[in-house]
Write a new protein. Sequence first.
Length: 129
Amino acid sequence: MLKKVEPKQTEVVPKAKRRSFTAEYKRTILDEIAGCRKPGEVGAILRREGLYSSHITKWRMVAQKQTLVALEPKKRGPKTDPRDLENAQLRRQVAQLQTRAERAELLVEIQKKLSTILGLELPKIDEAF
């Protein structure tokens, strides 16, 4: 006799999110760890807070180099160059001006055709441009 096998349910886990810590939290933890005197106290704090010793090491190095402002989370991603922003703005302006020039040329062509149809003569313009 064959047993009917039901398909397994797949579990969808949400994408992990990087943790970020405030400067006040980092300072509090560093102060609390600095006050530890008994063996195992630091490990207990790390377990309680869900931290790794590498967090403490990095935070200590940053705290030694800079002030509390340096402990704030830093913005990730590529740095923007002001010249890139200016180039993008200038490209948009060039595109707009080209569109306007094309529209003006089209209007001139329409005026020429209309004057030809109506039999009007347009004044001659120097082509020295």
